[in-house]
Design a protein around this ligand. Structure first.
Ligand code: FAD
Ligand code: SF4
Length: 346
């Protein structure tokens, strides 16, 4: 009989890992620091997901349901792991409640932190109420309130979505592409146009990275929903007291452009979890030099970290989509299971 496997974090990756393990009869202890399960799509109130078009609360909600109903999975909400000792096959984890659990392996699915747009002050967030983030627009849509100006509650007539906010930006120490924000922005632009057919939506971009099947939403946004794309370098975002003014250079025609908008949306990127230094020291795993949890032996053992018996999955390891986070959670579950089964057989 093998010991339970600990899964830390109940976002898409952790929920997938816990479910996979339980579906082959393996006991799981799932520890989530928030009081609600589901990770970023639920905690941040995402609207319709790309590429499936399903509402986040339904798609991820069903992942939560099957985990909480599974008798092989013990869920600890509102809790963290404070201390972690032992070796592969025989670890001891001390929870923030003071309870200790013995586990054979651990999968860290502790996710990411949304980029805080106040770190890009020249683009107006925190100064002008009508400069918001993609997560705020997701919440406007998913709450049913609809997309409105923050300053006066009016329906916007012109919206700009600025891509790569907090990504691909060496000046603020964020070199990585956050992978999902081009697709999320094209999808949000469609949702805005569906709700407000008279509203003009512009997307300011450096490059469009709607990889793989996500490219569909890029074409749909232009051809069916008349979203306009501007290849530009943005200089600054200011206000005339009512409108938000986006100033920059159209890099295709090499001319300065200044356009007033009612609402400007930052397509925020995916930062490493702000707690990663602490997570790394508690679990004794290395970090990638950009601050995400480091994967080792990438082509040998799925989800291996620098410590035997501790695995990593999902956006804790770098910007990831939901479907890839789920796939990584499932793959790490297989590796964790193999590690405890091998020890049990020895
Ligand atoms: C605005 C926006 C929209 C997006 N929309 C889409 C989309 O439509 N489609 C798509 O494929 N992707 C989308 N994404 C990406 C998506 O959010 C991620 O792919 C997904 O959330 C990753 O899942 P995860 O389980 O790895 O991490 P998370 O969702 O971040 O979950 C991690 C969980 O771990 C918990 N946790 C963290 N630290 C600890 C700790 N120390 N102890 C215990 N628990 C802890 C957290 O509370 C959280 O519940 C979007 C991203 C953004 C920024
Ligand atoms: S996915 Fe698009 S918006 Fe996001 S960082 Fe990459 S290029 Fe920029």
């Amino acid at each position: 009989m093998t010991k339970p496997i600990l899964v830390v974090g109940a976002g898409p990756a952790g929920l997938a890992a816990a479910h996979s393990l339980a579906s082959v009869g393996q006991k799981v202890i799932l520890v989530e620091k928030e009081d609600t399960l589901g990770g970023a799509p639920i905690l941040s109130g995402y609207a319709k997901l790309v590429p499936s078009g399903e509402w986040a609360k339904d798609a991820i909600g069903s992942m939560v349901d099957r985990v909480v109903k599974n008798k092989l999975i013990t869920v600890h909400k509102g809790m963290t792991v404070n201390k972690y000792t032992g070796n592969s096959g025989a670890f001891k984890a001390e929870l923030s409640s003071g309870k200790s659990v013995s586990v054979g392996a651990t999968i860290l699915c502790t996710g990411f932190t949304h980029f805080d747009s106040v770190n890009k002050p020249e683009w107006g967030f925190g100064t002008y109420p009508d400069v918001v983030t993609t997560t705020q627009v997701e919440q406007m849509i998913s709450s049913g309130k609809g997309v409105r100006r923050m300053s006066n509650g009016e329906k916007p007539k012109r919206v700009a979505i600025l891509l790569c906010v907090g990504s691909r930006d060496r000046q603020i120490g964020r070199e990585w592409c956050s992978k999902i924000c081009c697709s999320v922005s094209a999808n949000l632009a469609i949702e805005i146009r569906e709700e407000l057919p008279d509203c003009h939506v512009y997307i300011y971009y450096m490059d469009i990275r709607t990889f793989g099947l996500y490219e569909e939403v890029y074409w749909q946004s232009q051809e069916e929903h008349k979203v306009k794309y501007i290849k530009a370098r943005i200089a600054e975002v200011t206000s005339d007291g009512d409108k938000i003014i986006v100033k920059g250079e159209d890099t295709l025609v090499k001319r300065p452009i200044t356009i007033p908008f009612d609402l400007v949306v930052h397509a925020i990127g995916m930062d490493p979890n702000v707690d990663n230094m602490l997570i790394s020291s508690i679990f004794g795993v290395d970090l990638h030099h950009w601050g995400f949890l480091k994967q080792e032996n990438m082509y040998g053992t799925a989800g291996a970290s620098s410590r035997a018996g501790v695995f990593v999955a999902g956006s804790s390891t770098g910007p990831e989509t939901i479907d890839d986070s789920i796939a990584q959670g499932n793959a790490a579950a297989m590796s964790a299971l193999a590690s405890v089964s091998k020890i049990a057989a020895e």
